[in-house]
Design a protein around this ligand. Structure first.
Ligand code: GN1
Ligand code: MG
Length: 360
């Protein structure tokens, strides 16, 4: 297999001797490499269907991590990409696939928080990421996936897929479509505010799931944020919202029993506290709109999963059974419905936490 050969292309400290599949991301293929001297690295093949221009992905991620390296207290607090033997931060294989390598620093990731503290630590990690990059010129970064969190555009794409109905699945999802279209206006609100300058454009991570935070073995303190492929200009509310969608939910993203899917208000408060504490650069409007960030991101993922189900699972192609993306979409819709029920409490929590932590 080419994986081992790809490993040889990078400037490792000695010969690679072990290579094992690693991690559980939806998009890239990841391997852990051990060299003769015992050093460990992470090798990834970049998904070219999702990332049309892997060279730009590596330009963004290497620029941001090199910037962060000069500002963190501990080198483990940012990823460290390893150049290939030709000095580039990627290696292109003979089949046109792109590979990249970074230091493996140990630690672990979680799909569900095991304690409040785990989730709080993830909020600190994403808040710090936001804060450390507050002065980074966002407009110098490539927009890796255009309109990635532009929910207005996501709705447009969903409607196109409904129109095309290319695998004949539209009829069975009429109620789901109605649920999403009924909320189209709310879904587009953040984008409207970004477009008219009410919300600042920031360097954002854009994929702030709990399992993208590396925790230190033993202390369980957050070390750094992983999976920087979608780092690009965006809104802090996307980052906050995606963390809540994934980590403050009472069930997994693909839980088939939607009655199990609710928002845990206590975890919502825990994350809000950590994020506001670690990112004082947030504006008052950003803080006020944090609950909307959670709602919009959850709605957006429902739209994306449903669109992909209608397209025949082209984007979220790692599915375990034919309805997997429909199940994912429905779990997200259940979470939206529960957030709507808890809307007043969510806003009250944010107001109270902000009052405690941001009082001048
Ligand atoms: C994808 O690769 P992974 O699993 O971290 C997706 C995110 C979704 C997420 C849903 C580039 O992230 O946007 O929120 O799945 N990443 C991309 O689990 O589309
Ligand atoms: Mg990931």
């Amino acid at each position: 297999m080419y994986i081992e050969k790809a490993a040889y292309a990078f400037q490792l400290d000695s010969t690679p001797v072990e290579c094992k599949a690693f991690g559980n991301g939806h998009i890239n293929n990841t391997f852990r490499i051990v060299t003769e001297s015992g050093s460990k690295y992470v090798l990834q093949r970049i998904n070219k269907y999702v990332f049309k221009n892997p060279i730009r992905v590596m330009a963004n991620t290497s620029a941001v991590t090199n910037y962060l390296r000069e500002r963190v207290e501990d080198p483990r607090m940012t990823l460290h990409f390893i150049p290939a033997k030709d000095g580039r931060y990627y290696h292109k294989g003979p089949d046109g696939e792109f590979w990249r390598m970074y230091d493996y620093v140990g630690g672990f990731t979680l799909d569900m928080p095991e304690s409040d503290e785990d989730f709080y630590q993830s909020a600190l990690a994403f808040g710090r990421f936001q804060e450390l990059l507050a002065d980074y010129p966002a407009d110098t970064l490539y927009e890796i996936i255009p309109n990635f969190h532009n929910t207005i555009d996501r709705y447009k794409q969903l409607k196109e897929s409904i129109e095309e109905d290319c695998v004949g699945r539209v009829e069975e999802v009429q109620e789901d479509i109605k649920f999403l279209l009924d909320r189209e206006k709310a879904g587009g609100l953040l984008q409207v505010m970004l477009d008219n300058g009410l919300l600042p454009l920031r360097v954002t991570h854009n994929d702030t799931k709990l399992n993208n935070v590396l925790l230190e073995n033993g202390t369980r303190k957050s070390l750094c944020v992983l999976d920087l492929d979608t780092v690009m200009p965006g809104s802090s509310l996307y980052d906050f919202g995606d963390s809540i969608r994934f980590g403050a939910a009472t069930a997994a993203e693909d839980e088939p029993d939607t009655s199990k899917m609710t928002l845990d208000l206590h975890l919502f408060e825990v994350y809000t506290r950590g994020y506001i504490e670690a990112a004082p650069a947030l504006t008052d409007l950003e803080v006020t709109l944090l609950p909307l960030g959670a709602l919009v991101m959850t709605l957006e993922l429902a739209v994306r999963f449903l669109k992909d189900y209608l397209d025949g699972d082209l984007y979220f192609s790692k599915i375990d059974y034919p309805e997997h993306n429909l199940v994912r979409a429905r779990s997200q819709m259940a979470l939206v419905a529960d957030m709507e029920k808890k809307w007043t409490q969510m806003n009250l929590i944010v107001a109270q936490v902000a009052d405690q932590l941001r009082r001048k």
